[in-house]
Design a binder for this molecule. Structure first.
Ligand code: NAD
Ligand code: UDP
Length: 342
């Protein structure tokens, strides 16, 4: 079966995608420097699937090591590229680190792929590239205006780099996937999101309040022009998202093709918190706090293109996302503990 290299495959979305790739029969090798993940995630992937995965621990910016890896694996057919830094707030404080890491890692990967004539790539982008475009966001909506963080800018710049590289060689078949808000975990409860330190994102914070690890959730703003005053996002189950990558790999075309991976439905912060309590029976103590800098009031996907061209759409509900998050959180209250402080 085709061998797929997954950069960042030990991370949250990467680990779930590796499971789905193995499930459909691909062979997978992972490159990850474990800066935001754990070897244990890879053991768990093997436990879920009963299949072996090779993990190579190094920084993607190390072009020499990457080159050797491609030399030793001449049968790599495609790359799914997740590796990068993703903390929006940290990127505002350390913009150069974000530009250096995310862009350099991608350049290194594209150069080595070109050298070894690997022509298939799926890249993790984000709905953040739509910035201030009107909602719902379609792939034809303007991108690149009103992006609120250096992290978001790296995604936008890398999209341009990937597009230019694709166009330079008619053999290249690249796909750019713009994710909306991934939450949830594998139904086994063996893999899930394991943020370092205090979570920045809503769902891991909710889960840690429910489990007693954090005292209360601050809801950032309740005076937005939305139905209940809290921000609206398009939450997508991480397993649906992972399956979107399998579909994208199966439908690669010459050049670059960009897809939204979202559900098309908006859910407010309060709706998500209430759904979590309804589903799990766990109370989530919260207070309303000031708006968070850079947050947009509401955005969600127009998911039509992925449905029409990839034959992919989300299947799981907000209820499934809350159930599976809680299953993961309660079975792993401290995440993958092998390299994390508790
Ligand atoms: P994650 O941090 O869990 O996974 C990223 C993985 O890449 C980690 O395992 C990390 O150790 C590894 N990594 C980082 N820099 C590396 C480098 N230079 N060399 C090798 N490995 C490196 O994040 P995630 O949530 O799984 O996100 C995966 C991708 O999807 C990222 O590119 C992220 O920007 C993008 N994305 C995530 C979200 C989200 O909400 N989680 C939304 C949109 C886009
Ligand atoms: N949010 C919140 N409290 C938190 C974390 C997030 O109220 O502790 C809100 C945030 O303001 C946003 C929504 O939850 O409106 C989703 O935030 P997240 O960081 O998960 O995703 P993003 O901002 O990238 O869409």
């Amino acid at each position: 079966m085709p061998k797929i290299l997954v950069s960042g495959g030990a991370g949250y979305i990467g680990s779930h995608t590796v499971v789905e790739l193995l499930n459909v029969g691909h062979e997978v090798i992972i490159v990850d420097n474990l800066i935001n993940s754990s070897r244990e995630a890879v053991h768990r992937i093997q436990q879920i699937t009963g299949k072996q995965v090779a993990l190579h621990v190094f920084d993607l910016q190390d072009t020499h090591k990457l080159d050797s890896l491609f030399e030793q694996n001449t049968d790599i057919e495609a790359v799914v590229h997740f590796a990068g830094l993703k903390a929006v707030g940290e990127s505002v404080k350390k913009p150069l680190l974000y530009y250096r890491t995310n862009i350099d890692a991608t350049l290194s990967l594209l150069e080595v792929m070109e050298k070894h004539e690997v022509h298939k790539l799926v890249f993790s982008s984000s709905a953040t590239v739509y910035g201030s475009a009107p909602i719902p966001y379609s792939e034809s909506s303007p991108a690149g205006q009103g992006i609120t963080s250096p992290y978001g800018q790296t995604k936008y710049f890398i999209e341009q780099i990937v597009t230019d590289a694709a166009n330079a060689n008619p053999d290249n078949q690249f796909s750019i996937l713009r994710y909306f808000n991934p939450i949830g975990a594998h139904e086994s409860g063996l893999i899930g999101e394991d943020p370092l330190g205090i979570p920045n994102n809503l769902m891991p914070f909710v889960a840690q309040v429910a489990s007693g690890r954090r005292e209360k959730l601050s809801i950032f703003g309740n005076d937005y022009q939305t139905p209940d005053g809290t921000c609206v996002r398009d939450y997508i189950h991480v397993v649906d998202l992972a399956k979107g990558h399998v579909a994208a790999l199966e439908h690669l075309q010459t050049g670059t093709n960009t897809f939204n991976l979202g559900s098309g439905k908006g859910t407010s912060v309060l709706e998500l918190v209430n759904a979590f309590t309804d589903t799990t029976g766990q109370e989530v103590v919260y207070e309303f706090a000031d708006r968070r800098d850079g947050d947009l009031p509401a955005f969600y996907a127009n998911p039509r293109k992925a449905a029409d061209e990839l034959g992919w759409k989300t299947e799981k509900t907000i209820h499934d996302m809350c159930r599976d998050t809680w299953n993961w959180q309660s079975k792993n209250p401290n995440g993958y503990t092998d390299n994390k402080e508790i």
